[in-house]
Design a protein around this ligand. Structure first.
Ligand code: NOJ
Length: 758
């Protein structure tokens, strides 16, 4: 009761305190605190170290306890449980001179203990409400485990599926990624950062990390300002505009200056143009890595980074060990140390840590909230909605809940792979495998047989690299042909074969770039052998990125892309395969026909010699001799068990002015046999501009539910803001002239209409 009353009073207080008042209160509090701080204590606040549980680099923090006592640590990440965090916080509060609480961070990327689909899968739901709910649940669980700072959302646009970290973002599109970024920030931060169940979001990786040359992780980026402002920067800005309290620098070089030392980016763009007033933290040892980039020794690069506008140094301790010397040598100013220290302290203030440093250390809450049945149910619902049906010839799917099904492949029986990459708080050994999950759902209605089928990869060394961090997959030491022959005996006993193939979860994510994007050859051989049995084969594809599925598309009757669906993958796959849930996911990154087409994305420019997309080579056109320009599966694509028919676009007027709106409407009918959801997509093309414009850009989408036989009208309001872009002087303008509007179920199969901006 006491707790209820105090929570109520706090809420009332918050309600009565305007943001301006609380800023003034915060400023006064921090002024007074900083007046007591020595330079060393200020620099100490800029030091972020690991708690020793999970790290993503080769450096591990040491001497943490002594440093806390000396006021040399501002934040710790990758430490969890209320007990451990309380114990650590107590050192700061009871044994350091100024008793400044520590902020606790963690990579809470797609769930916490309850894991949701990898972000690329989450985006494929096109359901911002569900995505926000997933982040809300992640925040509920993480804060119950003592954590108050999430290193998420990752909003890096990527148009290169060779880059393993494409799995961690929302894909290739600027508009969609921006909406997803907002949803995640709202989910983590809620309305009140000082509540015990909200946490500060950290937008990453600023900036352009997803445009690494050749798709090789950590590689350089060189990009025109025009492209940056129009295509790559908006999602970071959207996340900050949604209120994200912090931002993380990226590892990469940007036009010659690595992000963590890039003053133009961190100060001119971020602080001055965008007005960001939160905390800037580096990525893992990114300051130290400036030396390898070629910018100087540790003292030099630490000074460069602080002067560029970075506030907090993750793990490398360049700030801790050199800033004082640089201050004495006149290479940094106290004003910059003060600025950085203030942003760290403000984050702690906003979280309410100065009021109650143990606010996030509630053992009881941890027991009831983390991994609750309700959270698991939501994870199952979201996972099923993230799956993308890529092919379904002759309605092979859904399967009937009778008879014998053989689930064959290296991904069939690996629970630890189901959560997907970047799920550091998942309980790998408690996660059901695909087969285990299917058995729970199907009970004794369906007889499930299973077999490894093939190794994940023929090369054991490659397989080791692809199954790190406990994400093991059993290995069979026999020759691949022998394993396949054995698996065929199991397939023969079934009516339907489910081939569980693709990537292991650690074949995408950080430092997991690939130069070939096919299903590994030995798995493909298994697939061919399974098809040769003449049984219907459904490919359940595990992947963290678009793969090149040209052969599979031509030969396998049904392909369900399930990404890595998180904790509830197995059950969710059963829900979709057996028709309890109708698939509705749509891909948010183009699937190429082969690696040579990369980078491939729908919002490309037309060129002066556009290709007609006939599929045949056209001399003196912008195309390839050996492959068409079209992707295998276009952005926004995904099938359903039902069919939808789109009527023609109707516009309520043909012209629009600065203040006006045009309504574009389309009738959509469910013409198949299942009630189902559909994502209706709106694209716009600026036909004539002062600079070249993409052939189309997503500017809206709506997810609708239609019962079989039902028809609905979907209306989109197009405003002048939807027509704006950054011109070559970086002015954000809408230029008068003609535009095309396209509406359809994906970026390729669209209806179109033209209108004019006066
Ligand atoms: C490196 C990764 O790039 C970043 O995404 C992550 O948040 C940090 N390590 C911390 O683990």
């Amino acid at each position: 009761m006491k707790k209820v009353v105090s929570t109520f009073l706090l809420a009332l207080l918050a309600w009565h305190t305007s943001p301006a008042q609380s800023n003034q209160k915060m400023d006064t509090f921090i002024d007074q605190l900083m007046a007591k701080m020595t330079v060393d204590e200020k620099i100490g606040q800029l030091n972020l170290v690991t708690g020793g549980e999970a790290t993503t680099g080769t450096t591990v923090s040491t001497g943490v306890e002594a440093k806390i006592k000396n006021g040399q640590i501002g934040g710790i990440f990758s430490m969890s449980t209320p007990a451990k965090i309380r114990k650590t916080q107590e050192i700061a509060i009871k044994q350091s001179r100024l008793k400044i609480p520590i902020i606790f961070g963690m990579d809470v990327i797609h769930g916490y203990r309850t894991v949701f689909p990898i972000p690329l899968g989450l985006a494929a739901t096109w359901d911002m409400n569900l995505i926000q709910q997933s982040a809300r649940i992640a925040a509920e669980e993480a804060t119950a485990d003592g954590i108050n700072w999430a290193f998420s959302p990752m909003v890096d646009i990527s148009r290169d599926p060779r880059w393993g970290r494409i799995s961690e973002g929302a894909g290739e599109d600027t508009y969609l990624s921006s909406r997803v970024a907002e949803a995640i920030v709202h989910g983590f931060q809620g309305d009140n950062l000082a509540a015990h169940n909200t946490m500060i979001a950290c937008v990453k990786h600023f900036a352009l990390y997803g445009a690494a040359e050749g798709g090789r992780d950590y590689n350089s980026t060189d990009m025109s300002l025009h492209r940056m402002y129009n295509e790559y920067l908006p999602p970071y800005k959207a996340a900050l505009d949604a209120g994200a309290g912090s931002i993380m620098t990226s590892f990469n070089d940007i036009n010659g200056v690595p992000a963590s030392a890039n003053k133009w980016l961190m100060t001119d763009v971020l602080r001055k143009q965008w007005g960001f007033k939160g905390l800037v933290v580096t990525d893992y040892t990114a300051v130290n890595e400036l030396t390898a980039h070629g910018l100087g020794d540790l003292q030099q690069v630490s000074a460069l980074s602080l002067n560029a506008g970075v506030d907090m140094d993750m793990v490398g301790e360049g700030f801790l060990t050199t800033l004082k010397k640089s201050l004495d040598a006149g290479r940094v100013k106290i004003a910059d140390i003060d600025r950085a220290c203030r942003f760290v302290l403000e984050a702690k203030y906003k979280l309410g840590l100065f009021d109650d440093p143990y606010r996030y250390c509630d053992e009881k809450r941890a027991k009831t909230v983390i991994g609750s049945a309700a959270n698991h149910a939501k994870a199952r619902e979201i996972a099923a909605k993230s799956f993308v049906l890529l092919k379904n010839e002759n309605q092979v799917l859904p399967l009937k809940k009778t008879g014998t099904v053989a689930v064959i492949g290296p991904l069939a029986n690996s629970g630890p792979n189901m959560p997907g990459t970047w799920s550091v708080s998942a309980e790998l050994d408690k996660t059901a495998s695909l087969v285990e999950g299917m058995k729970v759902v199907l009970g004794n209605k369906v007889n499930i047989l299973t077999h490894l089928g093939s190794n994940l990869l023929e090369d054991p060394i490659y397989q080791n690299h692809a199954t790190m961090f406990g994400r093991t997959i059993a290995r069979d030491s026999r020759k691949e042909e022998e394993i396949i022959a054995d698996a065929l005996k199991v397939a023969q006993q079934s009516e339907v074969v489910v081939a569980a193939l693709g990537e292991a979860s650690e074949m995408s994510g950080e430092s997991s770039s690939r130069s070939e994007l096919d299903i590994p050859k030995n798995q493909q051989n298994l697939l061919k052998a399974l098809l040769a049995t003449g049984k219907p084969v459904v490919l359940v594809l595990f992947t963290g990125r678009p793969l090149t599925l040209t052969w599979e598309d031509a030969h396998v009757p049904a392909i369900l892309n399930v990404w890595f669906g998180g904790t509830e993958t197995g059950k969710a796959v059963a829900d979709v395969l057996f028709g309890d849930v109708v698939p509705s996911g749509k891909i948010t990154a183009t699937f190429p026909r082969n690696v040579g087409q990369i980078p491939i994305y729908y919002a490309h420019k037309n060129t002066g010699r556009p290709y007609g997309n006939s599929g045949d080579f056209e001399k003196f056109k912008s195309n390839y001799l050996d492959v068409s320009n079209s992707p295998l599966y276009p952005f926004g694509y995904g099938l359903s068990y039902t069919t939808f028919t789109y009527g023609d676009i109707r516009l309520d007027r043909n012209t629009i002015d600065e203040k006006g709106t045009i309504q574009a409407s389309v009738d959509i009918s469910n013409t198949g046999n299942y009630d189902a959801e559909e994502t209706v997509q709106l694209y716009i093309q600026d036909l004539v501009g002062s600079v070249t414009r993409p052939v189309k850009e997503l500017k809206g989408f709506q997810k609708i539910f239609l019962k079989k036989g039902e028809q609905k009208t979907v209306n989109f309001n197009i405003k002048v803001d939807d027509l704006k872009f950054f011109d070559n002087n970086l002015n954000y303008v809408a230029e008068p002239g003609n535009f095309k509007v396209y509406i359809g179920p994906n970026s390729r199969d669209v209806k179109e209409k033209e209108f004019e901006l006066l």
